[in-house]
Ligand binder design. Structure first.
Ligand code: MN
Length: 310
């Protein structure tokens, strides 16, 4: 998993906090698996610095892990973290694992972002963020809270305080907006032109084919109102399929697109799996056969064979 904006900008603000608190400290931000595309763009406004050569390795006195979710995401740092004699602190809003290697932790799963937890540390040690750091934290909060749509009370209170330190809401929104990917736009329209819509037991099923961006296309069909969508694309050696379903579909049918569909359809000739409402698969049959098998499976799972809507 590449570092998302909440992860990176939380670390960015922590560097400021530690530097204020301990002005002689050398602080490195280490990103074990690199940055996501949107984080890379944000890092132009909020730059990282090369890790100091002195501290390459495990010579740190303090290691703070931020917004990691799962220690496996730390890759080779997993081992370094366990072996290090540093004080190890975890700041996260994901649930903590059992055998956690940390000495201290600030974990609050009700927080909608790690950035708001980092801000609570500023308050705890009475350090005021400068306007740039406040902007970084605000941007992290907006990213993880889907522009505040799923923000909790803590995030909303934090946003107002960050604004009082000079953060600008509109600037954060603008920075998070990605320019459209032309290839993706074309893939969506091509697939939309070829889409077939079925109904079974009241649910709306969309299927289509396109050579790339199958996952994005399937998601946009669900955004258009399909309850479940399969988008397939075949190359010379294999056929790939992406599945997306609405939360309402999962809640209403308990059909898990990863285990009940992707894994089942790919069992004989490939591999596949995923989450309850998002999954993908690779298999050895043609895209037409994959779609036919999918519709037959949907008929069994929903108790009624899908009928095409003309
Ligand atoms: Mn986060």
């Amino acid at each position: 998993m590449h570092a998302d904006p909440d992860t990176y900008l939380s670390a960015y603000a922590l560097r400021f906090l530690i530097s204020r608190y301990a002005p002689n400290a050398l602080v490195d931000i280490i990103i074990p698996e690199g940055m996501s595309v949107v984080t890379q763009r944000l890092a132009k406004s909020f730059p990282n610095q090369e890790p100091s050569p002195e501290s390459a390795g495990s010579a740190y006195d303090l290691i703070v892990a931020v917004d990691i979710g799962d220690t496996e995401l730390l890759k080779d740092w997993n081992e370094k973290l366990r072996e290090s004699s540093a004080l190890k602190v975890l700041i996260d809003h994901h649930p903590i694992k059992q055998d956690s290697p940390y000495n201290r932790s600030l974990v609050d799963t009700s927080a909608s972002s790690a950035a708001e937890l980092v801000y609570s540390l500023f308050k705890a040690v009475r350090v005021e963020p400068d306007s740039e750091t406040a902007q970084a934290l605000l941007t992290g909060i907006l990213f993880d809270s889907q522009n505040l749509a799923i923000a909790g009370e803590g995030a909303l209170r934090t946003v107002l305080e960050l604004i009082s330190f000079g953060a600008v809401l509109e600037k954060a929104r603008t920075e998070l907006r990605s320019p459209p990917d032309y290839g993706e736009v074309i893939a969506k329209f091509k697939a939309a032109k070829r889409v077939k819509v079925y109904r079974a037991s009241g649910w709306v099923i969309a299927v289509s084919t396109v050579g790339s961006f199958q996952a994005n296309v399937a998601r946009s069909f669900v955004n258009m109102g399909a309850d479940i969508a399969l988008v397939a694309g075949e190359s010379s050696k294999e056929t790939r399929g992406s599945l997306r379903a609405s939360h309402r579909f999962y809640a209403g049918t308990k059909v898990h697109v990863g285990t009940d569909i992707a894994a089942v359809l790919s069992k004989e000739t490939g591999y596949g799996g995923g989450h309850p409402t998002a999954a993908s698969l690779t298999c050895g049959v043609s895209e037409e056969d994959l779609i036919r098998d999918f519709l037959a499976l949907m008929g069994r799972l929903l108790g009624e064979p899908p009928t095409e809507v003309k």
